[in-house]
Write a protein of this length. Sequence first.
Length: 178
Amino acid sequence: MSQPHRALRGLGRSYQRSTIFPHFTVAENCRLAAQAVHQRPWAIWEMAGRSPATIELAHAALQRAGLAHEADRLAGSLPHGRKRQLEIALCLATTPRVLLLDEPLAGMGAEETERMLALLAQLKADHATLLVEHDMDAVFRIADRITVLVNGVALASDTPQKVRANPEVQRAYLGEGH
């Protein structure tokens, strides 16, 4: 199934590398994502950028992601952590049921990480989320269930507490005494 069809079926995905339009505003980026859901190919009398449905959906996604106050800013001028938030807002604008997030914390400082973890915790209430992340301390804080892979093979899959206590996981990733 193509990526647009997966998105229309409720799968939102953010990539490890930023996939925003840097020369568009934050709101325009989000509106374009919302427009993919509310396509109106026969509405030739209506400018796509003025569709009330897409504008409302984009605004709601920006609000949810904590970026409503940045709506008029050029996306390329956002700091790294805010760009990652924008990518999640783009996902939210497509009204997903499931979120696939590839290293959403990569390259973030402590303050940005805290902001992103708060957003992810909030999203857990109504989105199934699959998170690929190497910041193990953050994963232990946010995840309900963790699967640890070593060379593509599942080493352990359980609650954060049980995975943290697993001797094989400790040897492979955490180091002794973690």
